[in-house]
Design a binder for this molecule. Structure first.
Ligand code: COA
Length: 445
C-alpha cells in the first residue's frame, strides 16, 4: 500500500519576541529560574501589529507551495486548525486561500476547505482528515494543506501569561511523502474535562494545575490504547518522541511517566532494579494509597538515574529546541516538536531514514492522541529547506512596555491603533476591516 504522510513543512513565527528571564521575570517579581528551569522557556514569540493567524498561516503556506513548486490546482484540501479564530462561521482557511490567490496564478475553487477545533490536538486531527481523504481515494491525485496557526495569548496576570506564543505550521499531506509516513495504528484518551476553555471569549479560562494533571491522565490512556493495537512500545524502537509542548517543563513530566511505562517488563527495568528496585505492582499492595506512594517514590528515583537522563537527553530534549524560544503555539506545538527533533538529528548527522517517531498530541477539554511516524528518505532536503533559525534570530526584542502594547494591540476588546515594530517585506499583512466586519489582507512585496 502507498505510504501517506507529511511531505513537507514550513514554520512561520510571530516577528516579535519577549525575553522571559530578562524582561518578563523582573516585572513579575519572579526569579528567572522559574521560566528557564521550571517551565523550560527562554523567550516567547508574539505577532507584530500587522500579523495574525491568517497572515502567519498564509506566509507559511506561501513558502511551502513555492519550495515544493505547487500551484493552487495541485491542492485539493485546505484545513486550518486553530483555537484563535475570530469568526464562528467563515473558516480561516478561506482567508488563507484568498491571500494565496493574490500571489499565485490559478485558484483554490475546487479545494475543500474547513476549520478543525479541539484545542491543541486539532492540528493532528486535521492531518488525520487529510490522511483519510487520501486513503479513501477521494483526492484525485491532489495533496492537502494543513495549517496549524495560533496566537496563544492569555489575559494579563493569568499564570498562563508566561507560556504565551504565536506562530503557524503549514504541512503538506500527500502520497509517497518526503518527510514522514503516518501509522494506521492510533491511540486515543478522551474525556469531558474543563481544564482550559474559551466559552466565546478571546482569552482562555484556565485551571493550570489541573490541566497538567488532565494532560498526563489522557496521555496515559492514549498510550495504552495505542499499545492495544500496535503492541507494547519499547524504548529502543523510537528515536524521538515529540509531545504537545505547552511549555517544555510539561513534557519533562510526561517524558518521565512515559519512560516508566515503556520500560516496565523490559530488560531495562531489570537492569535498573539493581539501583532502584523493580517497579511497584498493584497486586503487591493491600491499599491503593500505599501503591501510589510506592509508584511516586520509584518515579522520583528513576528520574535521578543516568539511564533515564540519557534517554531523556537523546529522545525528548531535542524535541524542545524550538519551543524553548517561541513558547506555546497551541495547535502547532506538537508539529514544531517533530521538526525540532529532525533538525537536531540533521545537525548531529544522525541517520533517520526508516527510524520511528512516537508522536503524542494533546488538546484540553480533553483528548490525547498517540501514533507513530516513519522517517522517509527525503527528510534531509525537507529539513534543510527550513529557515526557522533565522526567523527566530531576527525577531524584534520587546521591552516590557512594548510587550504591554502588543498584548493590547491583539486584545479584541481594545480598539486602538498601534504602531508596528518591524517593517513587513515579502509577506501577507492585515489591512483593516471590510464593510461586513471581515478582516482584509494584502501582500507587501
Ligand atoms: N527555579 C527553578 N524552578 C522553579 C523556580 C526557580 N526559581 N520557580 C518555580 N520553579 C518551578 C516550579 O517548581 C514548577 O515546577 P514543577 O511543576 O515541576 O514543580 C514550575 O517552575 C512552574 O512554577 P509554578 O509555580 O507551578 O508556576 P505557575 O503556578 O505560575 O503556573 C502553569 C504554571 C503551568 C499552571 C501555568 O503556566 C499555566 O496555567 N499555563 C497554562 C496552561 C497550560 O499550559 N497547561 C498545560 C497542559 S495543556
Amino acid at each position: 500500500m502507498t505510504e501517506v504522510g507529511i511531505d513537507a513543512v514550513e514554520i512561520w513565527t510571530g516577528k516579535l519576541k519577549l525575553d522571559l528571564a530578562e524582561t518578563f521575570a523582573p516585572e513579575m517579581g519572579d526569579d528567572p529560574g522559574k521560566y528557564t528551569k521550571g517551565l523550560g522557556l527562554y523567550e516567547s514569540s508574539f505577532p507584530d501589529t500587522y500579523e495574525d493567524i491568517v497572515t502567519m498561516g498564509a506566509n507559511a503556506c506561501k513558502r511551502l507551495m513555492e519550495r515544493k513548486g505547487l500551484s493552487p490546482e495541485d491542492v485539493g484540501r485546505i484545513d486550518v486548525a486553530t483555537e484563535s479564530s475570530f469568526d464562528n462561521s467563515k473558516p480561516i482557511s478561506t482567508y488563507i486561500a484568498g491571500c494565496l490567490e493574490q500571489t499565485f496564478d490559478g485558484d483554490f475553487h475546487h479545494a475543500n476547505k474547513g476549520e478543525r477545533k479541539f484545542a491543541c490536538v486539532a492540528g493532528t486531527q486535521a492531518i488525520d482528515d487529510a490522511y483519510n481523504w487520501i486513503r479513501a481515494g477521494r483526492n484525485r491525485g491532489r495533496a492537502a494543506i494543513v495549517v496549524a496557526t495560533d496566537t496563544a495569548l492569555y489575559a494579563r496576570g493569568d499564570p498562563g501569561e508566561a507560556t504565551q506564543g504565536a506562530g503557524a505550521v503549514a504541512m503538506l499531506v500527500d502520497e509517497d511523502p518526503s518527510l514522514v509516513s503516518l501509522s494506521d495504528a492510533q491511540g486515543y484518551g478522551s474525556a469531558d474535562e474543563t481544564d482550559f476553555l474559551k466559552p466565546n471569549q478571546q482569552f482562555p479560562s484556565v485551571d493550570g494545575k489541573r490541566s497538567v494533571q488532565v494532560y498526563l491522565a489522557r496521555m496515559r490512556e492514549a498510550v495504552e490504547d495505542y499499545e492495544s493495537v500496535a503492541g507494547d512500545i519499547h524504548p529502543d524502537e523510537l528515536v524521538y518522541a515529540p509531545f504537545h509542548t505547552p511549555f517544555p517543563g510539561m513534557v519533562r513530566k510526561a517524558g518521565l511517566l512515559a519512560y516508566r511505562h515503556i520500560t516496565r517488563d523490559t530488560d531495562i527495568e531489570t537492569q535498573l532494579a539493581e539501583e532502584i528496585g523493580m517497579q511497584p505492582r498493584r497486586d503487591e499492595f493491600d491499599d491503593e494509597e500505599a501503591f501510589l506512594e510506592a509508584v511516586s517514590d520509584y518515579t522520583d528515583a528513576l528520574k535521578e538515574t543516568d539511564r533515564y537522563a540519557e534517554w531523556y537527553d537523546t529522545t525528548i530534549d531535542p524535541t524542545l529546541d524550538i519551543a524553548r524560544h517561541v513558547g506555546n503555539w497551541y495547535t502547532g506545538s506538537v508539529h514544531v516538536a517533530r521538526i525540532a527533533a529532525l533538525k537536531r538529528a540533521r545537525d548531529e548527522g544522525r541517520e533517520m531514514t526508516d527510524r520511528r517517531l512516537l508522536v503524542a498530541s494533546y488538546g484540553s477539554g480533553a483528548q490525547a492522541e498517540v501514533h507513530h511516524e516513519t522517517v522517509q528518505p527525503g527528510w534531509t532536503d525537507e529539513i534543510d529547506g527550513l529557515n526557522i533559525d533565522d526567523q527566530i534570530a531576527n525577531r524584534y526584542d520587546l521591552t516590557f512596555e512594548e510587550y504591554e502594547e502588543v498584548h493590547d494591540a491583539h486584545d479584541h476588546s481594545k480598539d486602538r491603533d498601534y504602531e508596528e515594530f518591524t517593517a513587513p517585506s515579502n509577506e501577507f499583512v492585515f489591512d483593516g476591516w471590510g464593510r461586513m466586519g471581515e478582516r482584509k489582507y494584502r501582500y507587501v512585496a
